[in-house]
Design a protein around this ligand. Structure first.
Ligand SMILES: [Zn+2]
Length: 368
C-alpha cells in the first residue's frame, strides 16, 4: 500500500515533468504562447499572401519584420494626427518614421498618410494639405486617412464642428482622386460612444481607457447620423474617389445599413478593422450571406498597433493570435473564442477568402 503510493507519486511527478518538457519542446521559438491550432491557422493565413489594410506601427524592429516575412503579410500603416495623444500630435515626424519603416520593410509595409486637420482655420489649410499629401504620394504613399477628429473634435471659428463635407476639404478629395489614390475614412464612432453605457459592447473598454471620445454625456454634440451623412455627401459628390470606410464604415451594428451604402455608392468599400467582434456577435448565416454577397467590397483590416514603447515580443504574439482567430472565424467551421463565448466559424468559400484577405486591397488601394 505504502509502496504503491510512493510509486504513484513518482509516476505522477514523472508524467508532469514529461508533459512540461513536451510542451516546451513543442513551442516554436518565434511564438512562445502559440498552440498547434494557432500555428495551423497562421500557416493557412500566410498561404494566401494576406494584406492587412489597417495597422498603426510606430517602430522599426527586426522581430516585427520577421513576423511579416513569416506570415507573408503586407500591411497598410495608417497615420493619424491626434492632439489627445503625445505621439500623434505632430505629423511630419510620423511621416518620416513611416517612410523609413516602409523603405526598410522589403515591400511588407505600405503607407497611408494624412494631413493636418487642426489647421482648418488657416487660410492656407487646403493648399498646405494638398502639398503634404502630394509630397507623400511622390514618396510612395498609396492612400490618405481622415479621422474621427473631423466630425467629433475640431471646430471652426464660429464654434461649429467641422464635418467631412466642408468646402475646404473638397479640393483635397479631388486631388486624391486625380492621383488615383484612396481615401480611408474613420468617421464617427461605434454607437455605444453616444451612450448609454454598455459594458457588453465590444468597444466599451475603449471608452474606459479613452473617455475623451465618449460623447454620451456631452450636450449639443453632433449625432452619429449627422457625421455619417456628411461622409455620404463626400461619396455622392466624388464618384471617382475610391473610399474605404474603416471599422465597417462605422455601421458596426447594422449589416442592412452597410448593404444600403454599398448598393448606393459604387465608390465605397469597407474594412473590418477592430470590428470583427461585432460580426462574431451577429447571427452566423446573416453575416455569412452578407460577406458572400459583398465579397468584392470588404477589405481585411485589424487596427493592430506596435507602439514605440511596446514590448515587441508580446506585440508579435498578440498580432499572431489575432490573425489566427480571424482566420479561424472567416475560413473554418470550427469554434472560435470570443471573450467568454465561443462562436462557430463562417467557413467562407476559398474565392471569397482570397478577395477579403488580399485581392480587394489591391483593387481598392491601387499600389499597395
Ligand atoms: Zn486605426
Amino acid at each position: 500500500m505504502r509502496w504503491s503510493r510512493v510509486g504513484f507519486v513518482l509516476l505522477s511527478s514523472f508524467v508532469i515533468v514529461a508533459a512540461f518538457s513536451f510542451v516546451s519542446l513543442m513551442r516554436p521559438e518565434a511564438a512562445p504562447a502559440a498552440g498547434s491550432a494557432e500555428q495551423q491557422a497562421l500557416k493557412s493565413f500566410a498561404a494566401l499572401h494576406p494584406i492587412d489594410v489597417h495597422v498603426h506601427v510606430f517602430k522599426t524592429d527586426p522581430a516585427f519584420q520577421s513576423m511579416l516575412e513569416r506570415l507573408d503579410l503586407k500591411v497598410l500603416n495608417i497615420l493619424v494626427m491626434d492632439d489627445t495623444l503625445s505621439y500623434r500630435k505632430k505629423l511630419q515626424p510620423q511621416v518620416d518614421d513611416a517612410l523609413a519603416l516602409m523603405r526598410s520593410s522589403h515591400g511588407h509595409v505600405a503607407l497611408c498618410t494624412t494631413f493636418d486637420p487642426y489647421t482648418f482655420d488657416s487660410p492656407s489649410f487646403t493648399a498646405d494639405a494638398i502639398k503634404q499629401i502630394d509630397r507623400d504620394f511622390a514618396d510612395g504613399a498609396v492612400a490618405v486617412k481622415i479621422w474621427k477628429n473631423i466630425g467629433m473634435e475640431i471646430r471652426d471659428q464660429s464654434g461649429k464642428y467641422v464635418m467631412a463635407d466642408g468646402e475646404k476639404f473638397e479640393p483635397i478629395y479631388r486631388d486624391i482622386a486625380a492621383h488615383g489614390k484612396t481615401l480611408m475614412t474613420h468617421q464617427a464612432e461605434p454607437n455605444v460612444a453616444w451612450g448609454p453605457a454598455d459594458p457588453a459592447d465590444p468597444s466599451w473598454s475603449y471608452y474606459q481607457e479613452n473617455p475623451q471620445w465618449y460623447v454620451g454625456d456631452k450636450k449639443g454634440f453632433p449625432s452619429k447620423q449627422t457625421i455619417l451623412a456628411a461622409r455620404d455627401r463626400v461619396l455622392e459628390k466624388n464618384p471617382k474617389l475610391k473610399m474605404v470606410g474603416v471599422h465597417l464604415g462605422s455601421m458596426e451594428r447594422s449589416l442592412d445599413d452597410i448593404a444600403r451604402h454599398l448598393d448606393r455608392y459604387p465608390n465605397f468599400a469597407i474594412d473590418t478593422a477592430g470590428r470583427m467582434e461585432y460580426l462574431m456577435l451577429m447571427p452566423r448565416e446573416q453575416v455569412r450571406n452578407f460577406l458572400i454577397r459583398y465579397q468584392d467590397r470588404i477589405l481585411y483590416g485589424t487596427d493592430l498597433d506596435l507602439l514605440a514603447t511596446a514590448n515587441v515580443a508580446e506585440t508579435v504574439t498578440e498580432w499572431q493570435s489575432t490573425y489566427a482567430r480571424d482566420w479561424e472565424f472567416l475560413a473554418t467551421g470550427g469554434l472560435v473564442r470570443m471573450e467568454d463565448k465561443q462562436v462557430q466559424g463562417l467557413e467562407l468559400p476559398r474565392a471569397v477568402l482570397e478577395k477579403i484577405f488580399r485581392d480587394n486591397a489591391r483593387v481598392w488601394i491601387p499600389g499597395i
